[in-house]
Design a binder for this molecule. Structure first.
Ligand SMILES: [Zn+2]
Length: 220
C-alpha cells in the first residue's frame, strides 16, 4: 500500500454487512480485521465459505479465475467448503489473539504461547495445495477447496517471518480492534482511518467536553 494513496482508493470488500476496507497494509492484517467492532457491536465479515473467497480476491490472495472455480466447486463439495471455512475462522481468531498481545503497550507480554498456536494452524493450513492444477473446466479436488485458507496462512507466515515496513499497531478507537502497519513518516498513525475511527473518537471527545461544560455550575 502506497503511503500517499487516499483512503478512498484502498480496495474494499462489500457485503450485506457493509464495507470492509483493506486498511491493514498487509493481507495478514486485513484477514484479522475481518472481525472487528463497529458502532458498539462486533461484526464478523466471514459469514461463510463464499464470503471467505470473495474477501480473498479483494485482499489479493486469490485471482478472479481461481475464485470463480472455487465458487462453482462449492456447490459440488459443500462439506469440504464448510470445513475450510471453520478452519479459516479458527485461524483468524487465534491470529487475532496473537495480534492483540503483540500490540499491547502497557505490559511486556510473553508471546510464545499465542505464537505457537498461530504457527501450528499456519503449518496445518499450508498442507493444502497453494495452486489449483488443471484447466478451468476441470473438476477440482477436495484439497483444492482450501486454496484461500492456504494462501491466507502463507500471508500470516510471511508476516511473521519476513521484515515489514512500518510498526504493527492496534487502532486506538475503543472499541475497534483493527490492526495495521503504521508506515507514516511520523510514526503517529493511531486509527484504522481518520475518516472513520479517527472522526468517531473526535466526536466522542467533543460530546464529553460539551457534557462536562453543561454540568458546570453557573459562575456568579
Ligand atoms: Zn479502528
Amino acid at each position: 500500500m502506497k503511503q500517499d494513496r487516499s483512503m478512498d482508493e484502498v480496495p474494499a470488500y462489500f457485503s450485506e454487512l457493509g464495507r470492509l476496507r483493506m486498511l491493514g497494509g498487509d493481507a495478514a492484517l486485513d484477514f484479522a480485521n475481518t472481525r472487528h467492532w463497529r458502532d458498539g457491536r462486533e461484526i464478523d465479515f466471514l459469514t461463510g465459505y463464499r464470503a471467505l473467497i470473495d474477501w480473498a480476491v479483494v485482499a489479493g490472495l486469490l485471482s478472479r479465475a481461481e475464485h470463480d472455480r472455487l465458487r462453482d466447486a462449492e456447490a459440488i463439495m459443500p462439506l469440504q467448503a464448510a470445513d475450510v471455512f471453520s478452519a479459516a475462522v479458527r485461524l483468524r481468531d487465534i491470529w487475532k489473539i496473537y495480534l492483540a498481545e503483540a500490540t499491547r503497550t502497557e505490559l511486556p507480554t510473553d508471546l510464545s504461547q499465542p505464537l505457537d498456536a498461530v504457527r501450528h494452524l499456519v503449518t496445518k493450513a499450508l498442507g493444502a495445495p497453494l495452486a489449483i492444477a488443471g484447466l478451468p473446466a476441470d473438476t477440482l479436488a477436495g484439497a483444492d477447496m482450501a486454496l484461500s485458507l492456504a494462501r491466507t496462512a502463507l500471508a500470516i507466515g510471511a508476516f511473521l517471518a519476513l521484515p515489514h515496513a512500518g510498526t504493527l499497531r492496534m487502532c486506538e478507537a475503543d472499541p475497534c480492534g483493527g490492526v495495521f502497519l503504521d508506515t507514516s513518516r511520523s510514526q503517529k498513525r493511531r486509527w484504522c482511518a481518520m475518516d472513520s475511527c479517527g472522526n468517531r473518537v473526535k466526536a466522542q471527545r467533543h460530546r464529553l467536553r460539551m457534557k462536562a461544560e453543561a454540568v458546570e455550575p453557573p459562575k456568579r
